[in-house]
Ligand binder design. Structure first.
Ligand SMILES: *[C@@H]1O[C@H](CO)[C@@H](O)[C@H](O)[C@H]1NC(C)=O
Ligand SMILES: *[C@@H]1O[C@H](CO)[C@@H](O)[C@H](O)[C@H]1NC(C)=O
Ligand SMILES: *[C@@H]1O[C@H](CO)[C@@H](O)[C@H](O)[C@H]1NC(C)=O
Ligand SMILES: *[C@@H]1O[C@H](CO)[C@@H](O)[C@H](O)[C@H]1NC(C)=O
Ligand SMILES: *[C@@H]1O[C@H](CO)[C@@H](O)[C@H](O)[C@H]1NC(C)=O
Ligand SMILES: *[C@@H]1O[C@H](CO)[C@@H](O)[C@H](O)[C@H]1NC(C)=O
Length: 442
């Protein structure tokens, strides 16, 4: 009897504690994609861009008829609680390919609001529109929500391009869907190169379409200046696309193997003459991938090559967060803590664009105690000359780095440029005055 009497309360306690544990787990899931840290809320919407791709290497009949555009943008609308992260089919496609328990990814939430209103009268800054290319054959753009929502929360608009039949699964805004290459797939060199060329054309086509698109949406997006970035093949093609697109002012390649013109040592690697960054996993160094040595050396613009300790290829996507939800290690993610990796990728990429806009960004200046995981493989501060009065605040930091900081030295800045200023002295004096009046005092 005594045993039964005692058994009841302990069963109740067990039940209660499992309720508490479930509650805690639920609490963790409810905030699964770390909320973005910028000053705006974030909206997202999907759009079909009816665009013909001739000789499409992945379309079933070799003619692509559309691209899926996913926008991430700042909004003032406040979310009424946790929002769905991604559609259930994309979740289950990746759960099964990457061996997550069914439902694990489906349950995740984010704070990104589908179809939230655009920020109208958004005149306080004049950022370029950012165009994003996801990894070749996946993950699709929505699986970079952690990074793309962060940029939007800082005021940037991102238009991400997914190419149908290449991404493993895409859900269109009308609910129809297209299955593409399997999640786990080995590319032939021929297909890899064909997709690279196709992605460059996709960037170009979206830029052509963007003014029409923006006016159709009645959206306050920049239609004259763009920056391109991407992961893996998306990053490599961003660097290739820049060369052909004069309205692109900067680009980032996250862990992509460079190919095409930027890797063509036969005719010579081109100088982009614009801000570029190679941002890679732990061992993505010139010793392991020659192009990551040759390409940066050809740049006369501002450039950085930075790697992240203990990070692997998929850590640049939301897989960095997911990895904590699986018992054993997922291939292609490193041992770096997932939320920490998200923090690093968000900080470095946001700093790159803020730096382009003339803000001072210490994280890009060289090793810091705050970011011990970052390795500065190489850097250049640009040796082309600017007219700071003509080009304005956007280049203030570049000028600041080159000409002002030596007058006001900052500690721990091994990348501080030295050497002869390239501007004639009268311009230099004007620029210093300009920088003082508008940047330091303004
Ligand atoms: C190619 O296939 C798509 C659907 O997959 C179809 O919409 C399109 O009309 C086809 N194009 C040609 C030229 O057959
Ligand atoms: C996913 O499925 C669940 C039910 O299984 C449903 O409650 C939820 O709304 C679905 N999520 C999306 C984004 O459609
Ligand atoms: C998933 O499990 C299968 C069967 O055990 C295995 O072959 C495959 O490598 C695993 N894939 C991943 C991404 O863990
Ligand atoms: C577009 O971006 C460029 C570069 O940041 C900026 O100079 C320009 O003012 C922006 N245009 C608008 C309309 O905001
Ligand atoms: C390099 O460029 C030249 C000239 O465009 C071209 O003929 C050659 O095939 C390219 N090489 C590679 C490896 O892409
Ligand atoms: C910048 O530096 C590169 C490499 O040292 C050099 O080839 C190039 O001529 C320089 N450009 C200018 C504008 O000085």
């Amino acid at each position: 009897m005594g045993a039964i009497k005692q058994a009841i309360p302990s069963a109740v306690i067990m039940l209660l504690s499992s309720v508490i544990i479930l509650g805690l787990l639920h609490g963790i899931c409810a905030t699964s994609i770390p909320p973005p840290t910028g000053r705006y809320q974030v909206g997202s919407s999907k759009h079909v861009f009816d665009h013909i791709t001739q000789d499409d290497p992945v379309a079933p009949n070799k003619t692509g008829t559309s691209l899926l555009i996913t926008l991430f943008y700042p909004t003032k609308s406040i979310p009424d609680g946790p929002q769905p992260y991604i559609d259930n089919t994309t979740a289950s496609v990746y759960e099964s390919a990457w061996n997550y328990t069914a439902g694990t990814i489906e349950k995740l939430t984010s704070s990104v609001q589908q179809n939230a209103p655009f920020l109208q009268g958004h005149n306080d800054e004049s950022y370029p529109t950012l165009l994003f290319g996801p990894g070749g054959g996946g993950p699709p753009s929505i699986l970079y929500t952690a990074l793309l929502s962060e940029l939007a929360s800082h005021g940037y608009t991102i238009a991400a391009i997914d190419h149908p039949y290449e991404q493993p699964y895409l859900q269109y805004p009308d609910g129809t869907s297209i299955y593409g290459l399997p999640v786990v797939y080995s590319f032939s060199l021929e297909l890899f190169n064909a997709i690279y060329e196709m992605r460059i054309k996709d960037f170009a086509a979206l830029i052509d379409y963007f003014p029409t698109f923006t006016s159709k949406l009645n959206a306050p997006f920049n239609t004259t200046h763009y920056a391109v970035f991407g992961h893996s093949l998306g990053g490599a093609s961003a660097i290739g696309a820049m060369l052909q697109l004069p309205s692109v002012i900067a680009g980032i390649n996250m862990d992509g193997l460079l190919t095409g013109d930027p890797a063509n040592t036969t005719v010579g690697v081109p100088d982009e003459k614009r801000n570029v960054m190679m941002f890679g996993q732990q061992d993505h160094t010139p010793e392991n991938e020659g192009t990551w040595g040759i390409f940066p050396k050809a740049q006369t613009g501002w450039w950085r090559e930075i790697t992240v300790d203990a990070a692997l290829h998929l850590d640049f996507s939301d897989a960095a967060i997911w990895k904590g939800l699986r018992k054993n290690d997922q291939p292609e993610v490193g041992t770096i803590n997932g939320p920490r990796m998200v923090q690093i990728v968000r900080a470095v990429v946001t700093a790159f664009f803020d730096n382009l806009m003339g803000e001072k960004e210490a994280i890009l200046d060289g090793p810091e105690k705050k970011w011990p995981e970052l390795n500065f493989v190489g850097y250049g501060n640009g040796n082309y000359t600017y007219n700071c009065l003509k080009e304005g605040l956007g280049l203030g930091t570049l000028l600041g780095r080159k000409y002002i900081f030596p007058l006001f030295p900052r500690p721990s800045s091994p990348l501080r440029p030295s050497g002869r200023p390239l501007l004639p002295p009268q311009d230099l004096i004007l620029c210093i005055l300009y920088h003082h009046i508008f940047v330091y005092l303004g």
